[in-house]
Design a protein around this ligand. Structure first.
Ligand code: NAG
Ligand code: NAG
Ligand code: NAG
Ligand code: NAG
Ligand code: NAG
Ligand code: NAG
Ligand code: NAG
Ligand code: NAG
Ligand code: NAG
Length: 697
C-alpha cells in the first residue's frame, strides 16, 4: 500500500483526515512511534509520502528508525473471516482483508489506533512508558502493546487474535543466524526468546544491536497457542484454523532465510463486550556500553541487571506492571499536555508530545543504582556516544522531567576528563566515535568544537545545580569547569574560525551566536564560583562576562538594519541567524543580556518566516526544529508574537512534512523536506522542544 500520499492527503487543522478514513490527532506525524524506548528498541510506522502510506497500521511493515523492517504482524479471525490489523502479511493470499483504520492518536507515551475488522472494533495501544523519577522502571528496555476487541454491531462474534514478530528485530545483518526458544515464566508469562546465534557484544550493524536477547511475550492461558516457523506457514495455520500448533521450528537459520516468525494466537471465544490481550516486546543486554573512566576501559552493565537476577525476572516484572505503567504514563501525558497548553497552546502539545519518547529513546541507563549513568547515542548523524552538543539540545526535557537525569548524562564526561583521559584544554565533543563504545579520545582527535562544548558544559552543569541545589557537584568538578571557562575567556568574544554545533553548515570565524554561547558560559562560571564560595573567581568571571557582552552588542548587530537584528558573523550586515543561545541567559537567570536584544530579535524573526519556519541562518533555507523551539523560548509573545509563530509553524510542519522517518530536526523551510540524505532522524535533540516549558518556569 504505497500511495502517493502527498497528492492525496487532505489536511484539516488539528484533526487530519486521510483518504476519508482515519483521523490523526493531535497531528499526523512523519513517523508514528510504536515501540520506542532506547537506541535499539526503536520501531515506528512511516507516514510521510516518501515510502509511507499516511500512517496506517495495516498494509505496511513497521520499521526500525532507519527504515529497515522490524516486522510486527496482527491478524484477527471473526466468525471465520480473516482481517489484517497490523503489517503486510500473506501477500497475494485470497480471503485476506485489511481492517479499516478509523483513528490514530498520540500522547507523550502512547500511540492508539482504532480499527474496524468487519463487525468488531480492534483498538491497539502502544505504550512505551517514561519514568523520569524511577530508575528501576526506566532501566527496562521494554514496551507494551495492548489489543482490545469488541463487537461493533451488538451481536456476539467468534474471535481469534494473532500476533507475531520476525527475527528482523535481532540484528541489522539479515543474513545473521537467528536462534530462538519458547518458555513460560514463574508468573505465567509465555514468551518467544529470539537472539543472534553468534553474539557480538557492543557491536552494531546498520545501527541495530548485535547482542542481547529479545522477548515477545503475552499471558499464558488455555486459550493461548504458539508456533515458530516460516512466516507464511505460521500465518496460514492461523488463517485456516484459528489456533497455532504449539510447536517450535528448530531449524535455526538466517533472518531472511524463509523468514522465521514467532506467533501467538488467542481464542477470545464468543465476544460482545471488550476483551483485552497484552503483549510486550523487549531487549535484555547484560552489558550496555564500554567506558573509559577512572580505571581504564571497562564494560558497564545495563542498570536493570542491578534489580533483576535474570531476563525472565525482568520480563515478569514488566509484564505484571501494566497498571502502574498506564497510570504513571497517563499522569505524565496529562502534565506535559497541560503545561504545554499553558505556554504555547495545543500546537506546543503536538510538538512536545511527539518528542518525548524519541528524546528518552536516545538514552539508556547503565551501571549501578549508587552511580547510574544515562548513556546517550547521537542517533543518525554519526552515532557518537555522549555528544555534548547533542546533549545540550536534549537537556530541556531532562530539566523539565527530573534534573537529576542531567547529572547521569554529564557524569561520564566529567569522570573521563577528570581522570586525565583527554588532553585538550577545551571540553571534549563526545565520549566515543561509535556508541556503545564510550572509550573516549585519549589522542584528543575528536571533532573540535571548543567554544560550543565549553559553553554547553558550563551551562548544563549550572542548570543541574540550580535545579537540584547540588552545589557539591560544582565543587567536585570545579577545576575542569574553571579550565573550560578560561578557554572561553580567551576565545569566545572573538571566536576563531571553527564549527558550532551546526557543523553541517560549515566553519566560520566570528559567529555571533557562538560568541554569545561562550560569553554566557563565562557568566555561568561566575555563578558556579559564587555557589562554591570562590569569591575572587566569582567577581572575575562575572565582570569578564559583563565586559564581553557590552562589546558583543557592538560586534553582533547588523549596522543600519531595519528592523534591527544580529548577524550570522560579525560585520556581515546582510546576514542573520536564529540567536537561540539567548536561552542560557534566561534559564540560568544570569540577567547578562539586555532586554532590548530579546525584543529586537523577536520582532525581526516575524519578518523572515518561510512556509515552515525561519531559516537557521542566511547560508541556507533549512532550519532546525530544536533551535526554533529554543528561539521560541526566548521570544516575546507581544504584537509580533514570534513565540507562538515559531511553535505553530513546527506543528504545521509535523502535519504536512513529506519526510517519513522519526521527527527530523533538520528540514527545508520551503518544502518541509530533508535538505540532504541520509537525513537526520530520530535524534534525541528533539528533547529541545521542551525549552519553552523550562524557560517559562
Ligand atoms: C471498510 O469500510 C468500507 C466502507 O465503509 C466497508 O465497505 C468495508 O467492509 C470495511 N472493511 C472492513 C474490514 O471492515
Ligand atoms: C529524580 O530521580 C531520582 C532518581 O534518579 C529520584 O531519586 C528523585 O526522587 C527524582 N526526583 C523527583 C522530584 O521525583
Ligand atoms: C565497539 O568496540 C568493540 C571492540 O571492543 C567492537 O567489536 C565493536 O564493533 C565496536 N562497536 C561499534 C559500534 O563500533
Ligand atoms: C486445528 O487446531 C486443532 C487444535 O489445535 C487441531 O486439533 C486440528 O488438527 C487443527 N486443524 C488443522 C486443519 O490444522
Ligand atoms: C476503541 O476506541 C474507540 C475510539 O477511541 C472508543 O470509542 C472505544 O470505546 C474503544 N473500544 C475499546 C474496546 O477499547
Ligand atoms: C573577527 O572580528 C574581529 C572584530 O571585529 C576582527 O578584528 C577580525 O578581523 C574578525 N576576524 C575575521 C577572520 O573576520
Ligand atoms: C554570591 O553572590 C551573592 C549575591 O550577589 C553575594 O551576596 C555573595 O557574597 C556572593 N558569594 C560569593 C562567595 O561570591
Ligand atoms: C581573572 O581571570 C583572568 C582570566 O582567567 C586571569 O588572567 C586573571 O588573573 C584573573 N584575575 C583575578 C584578579 O583573579
Ligand atoms: C555574508 O553572509 C552571506 C550569507 O550568510 C554570505 O553569502 C556572504 O558571503 C557573507 N559575506 C561576507 C563578506 O562574508
Amino acid at each position: 500500500m504505497k500511495l502517493l500520499a502527498g497528492s492525496l492527503v487532505l489536511f484539516l487543522s488539528g484533526l487530519v483526515a486521510v483518504q476519508g478514513q482515519s483521523t490523526f490527532s493531535p497531528a499526523r506525524p512523519p513517523a508514528l512511534p510504536l515501540a520506542v524506548k532506547s537506541p535499539y528498541l526503536s520501531t515506528w510506522l512511516a507516514a510521510g509520502s516518501d515510502g509511507g502510506d499516511g500512517g496506517y497500521l495495516p498494509g505496511e511493515w513497521s520499521t526500525f528508525w532507519n527504515t529497515a523492517i522490524t516486522a510486527l504482524t496482527g491478524l484477527i479471525r471473526v466468525d471465520g473471516s480473516l482481517y489484517v490489523w497490523m503489517g503486510a502479511p500473506l501477500p497475494g493470499v485470497s480471503g485476506v482483508t485489511l481492517a479499516n483504520q478509523t483513528s490514530y492518536t498520540y500522547t507523550s507515551t502512547n500511540s492508539v489506533f482504532s480499527l474496524d475488522a468487519g463487525p468488531v472494533t480492534v483498538n491497539v495501544t502502544f505504550l512505551s512508558p517514561i519514568y523520569p523519577d524511577d530508575l528501576q522502571r526506566q532501566s527496562l528496555i521494554f514496551s507494551y502493546m495492548n489489543v482490545a476487541v469488541e463487537s461493533n454491531d451488538g451481536a456476539s462474534h467468534d474471535v481469534q487474535l494473532y500476533t507475531d514478530i520476525s527475527a528482523e528485530w535481532i540484528s541489522g545483518d539479515r543474513s545473521a543466524i537467528a536462534q530462538w526458544n519458547y518458555g513460560t515464566t514463574g508468573n505465567g508469562v509465555s514468551y518467544h526468546q529470539v537472539f543472534r546465534q553468534t553474539q557480538l557484544e557492543f557491536s552494531e550493524v546498520s545501527d541495530q544491536a548485535e547482542w542481547g536477547n529479545w522477548y515477545w511475550a503475552t499471558q499464558k492461558s488455555n486459550a493461548l497457542s504458539y508456533q515458530s516457523g516460516t512466516d507464511n506457514d505460521v500465518r496460514t495455520q492461523f488463517k485456516n484454523n484459528g489456533t497455532l500448533a504449539d510447536t517450535q521450528d528448530t531449524n535455526y537459520r538466517a533472518i531472511n532465510d524463509n523468514y522465521p516468525v514467532f506467533g501467538f494466537a488467542s481464542a477470545l471465544g464468543s465476544i460482545t463486550g471488550s476483551v483485552s490481550t497484552l503483549y510486550t516486546i523487549g531487549l535484555c543486554q547484560q552489558q550496555a556500553v564500554q567506558f573509559l573512566g577512572k580505571n581504564g576501559v571497562q564494560s558497564v552493565p545495563s542498570l536493570w541487571t542491578s534489580y533483576f537476577g535474570s531476563d525472565t525476572d525482568a520480563l515478569d516484572f514488566f509484564y505484571g506492571d501494566y497498571s502502574t505503567a498506564t497510570s504513571t504514563s497517563s499522569a505524565l501525558d496529562a502534565k506535559i499536555a497541560s503545561d504545554a497548553t499553558a505556554v504555547g497552546g495545543k500546537d506546543l502539545v503536538t510538538v512536545t508530545s511527539l518528542a518525548a519518547r524519541q528524546a528518552f529513546g536516545g538514552t539508556e541507563l547503565g551501571n549501578t543504582p549508587e552511580q547510574p549513568f544515562l548513556w546517550m547515542k547521537e542517533i543518525s548523524s554519526d552515532g557518537n556516544a555522549q555528544t555534548v552538543d547533542v546533549m545540550f539540545p536534549l537537556h530541556p526535557i531532562m530539566l523539565y522531567t527530573n534534573a537529576t537525569l542531567l547529572k547521569y548524562l554529564l557524569d561520564p564526561l566529567f569522570i573521563n576528563q577528570a581522570a586525565g583521559d583527554y588532553p585538550n584544554q577545551y571540553s571534549m565533543h563526545d565520549l566515543g566515535s561509535k556508541f556503545p563504545n564510550a572509550t573516549g579520545h585519549p589522542d584528543g582527535n575528536d571533532e573540535p568544537m571548543p567554544v560550543e562544548e565549553c559553553g554547553n558544559m558550563l551551562i548544563m552543569t549550572l542548570a543541574y545545580a540550580q535545579a537540584t541545589g547540588d552545589t557539591a557537584y560544582l565543587t567536585q568538578y570545579y577545576d575542569l569547569l574553571k579550565q573550560w571557562a578560561g578557554y572561553l575567556v580567551a576565545d569566545s568574544l572573538i571566536p576563531a574560525n571553527q564549527v558550532s554545533t551546526d557543523d553541517f553548515a560549515g566553519a566560520l570565524a566570528n559567529q555571533t551566536n557562538l560568541a554569545l554561547k561562550g560569553i554566557i558560559g563565562i557568566g555561568a562560571m561566575g555563578r558556579i564560583a559564587n555557589l562554591t564560595g570562590n569569591t575572587a573567581d566569582a567577581s572575575n568571571y562575572t565582570s569578564t562576562a559583563q565586559s564581553y557582552i557590552s562589546q558583543w552588542y557592538d560586534l553582533a548587530n547588523a549596522a543600519g538594519a531595519n528592523p534591527p537584528h544580529t548577524t550570522l558573523s560579525y560585520g556581515n550586515d546582510t546576514s542573520y541567524s536564529l540567536l537561540y543561545n539567548l536561552y542560557g541567559d534566561t534559564v540560568l537567570k544570569l540577567g547578562l543580556v539586555k532586554q532590548e536584544i530579546y525584543t529586537q530579535q523577536s520582532n525581526f524573526y516575524a519578518t523572515v518566516f518561510h512556509n515552515y519556519g525561519v531559516p537557521l541562518d542566511t547560508r541556507h533555507i533549512y532550519t532546525k526544529g530544536d533551535w526554533q523551539m529554543f528561539t521560541a523560548s526566548v521570544s516575546g509573545s507581544g504584537s509580533a508574537n514570534a513565540k507562538q509563530m515559531l511553535i505553530s509553524v513546527l506543528a504545521k510542519w509535523i502535519n504536512q512534512t513529506p519526510t517519513n522517518q522519526p521527527y527530523t530536526d533538520l528540514y527545508n523551510t520551503d518544502d518541509g523536506n530533508y535538505p540532504f540524505t541520509p537525513p537526520f532522524a530520530n535524534r534525541p535533540v528533539m528533547g529541545g522542544t521542551f525549552a519553552p516549558l523550562v524557560a517559562s518556569a
